[in-house]
Design a protein around this ligand. Sequence first.
Ligand SMILES: Cc1cc2nc3c(=O)[nH]c(=O)nc-3n(C[C@H](O)[C@H](O)[C@H](O)COP(=O)(O)OP(=O)(O)OC[C@H]3O[C@@H](n4cnc5c(N)ncnc54)[C@H](O)[C@@H]3O)c2cc1C
Length: 227
Amino acid sequence: MIDGIGLICTCLWRQQKGTSRYLNETIAWYEQHYDLNRKPIKRVGGKGDFSMPDKYVHDGRYYVGEAGGLQDFMWGFGMRYAVTSGVLAAKAVLGECDYETEVRKRLVPLVRASAINRFLMNRVGNRGFKMVANHWMRDQRRKGDGLSFMRWMYKPGLLRRLLWPVVRLGMLRRKELADGRMVSRMPFRKSLSRDIWEQSVRAEEIGNEWNQVRKGGGRTSFGESDA
Ligand SMILES: Cc1cc2nc3c(=O)[nH]c(=O)nc-3n(C[C@H](O)[C@H](O)[C@H](O)COP(=O)(O)OP(=O)(O)OC[C@H]3O[C@@H](n4cnc5c(N)ncnc54)[C@H](O)[C@@H]3O)c2cc1C
């Protein structure tokens, strides 16, 4: 929230129909729990793609940030990767470092750890995720530092190193991109029977409210087919 403008976001990890109902329901939940006094301005959205390329320099181009496959598989975060890889690419252009080597040394181990974490999290389900989150909160209260647990989560370690071949085979699929790069990609998971549900009355009203805003010129940056 900055200067009274805020963003309410919902992330979908499986293929879905009627994606707006998730956002409508999320807004309804916030309305119930917080005094929002909300005025809708715009709906933005997009499709994330989690891929690890074989190379970070290809055909004379330096691949940086999210488009270069430098993104956290676990949380979708990528700002630090984007800034770090951008700086490294600039240094490489100036002849101060070898981009491919630096990215492999400094960033790829973290992306790999994030993919392993995602693989494990997919297996433990919601209940397991809650247990991990509760443990994280307890750890933060005890140490006064929430990052210490995260640092541990991203340490390559022996277990994660042993798991990597399993993750690569079990979760990632090989794909050739339009520019000729080969990537190991995490495909979208198929929807489940529990993904078929009707919106609550309030969520439907929020959807209709947005349709009215759209008619008045409010914009959306995505279509239902993007999910
Ligand atoms: C709701 C949300 C919350 C997030 N929260 C966090 C967070 O808390 N922490 C975190 O680390 N990450 C977060 N992320 C992820 C983070 O925003 C991205 O990983 C990061 O911005 C990637 O940076 P980038 O420079 O690689 O790509 P982008 O920020 O996507 O920049 C790419 C730019 O290229 C432009 N572009 C695309 N195609 C073309 C073209 N053909 N010609 C010219 N320009 C083009 C785009 O318009 C865009 O401006 C969040 C993402 C979302 C959506």
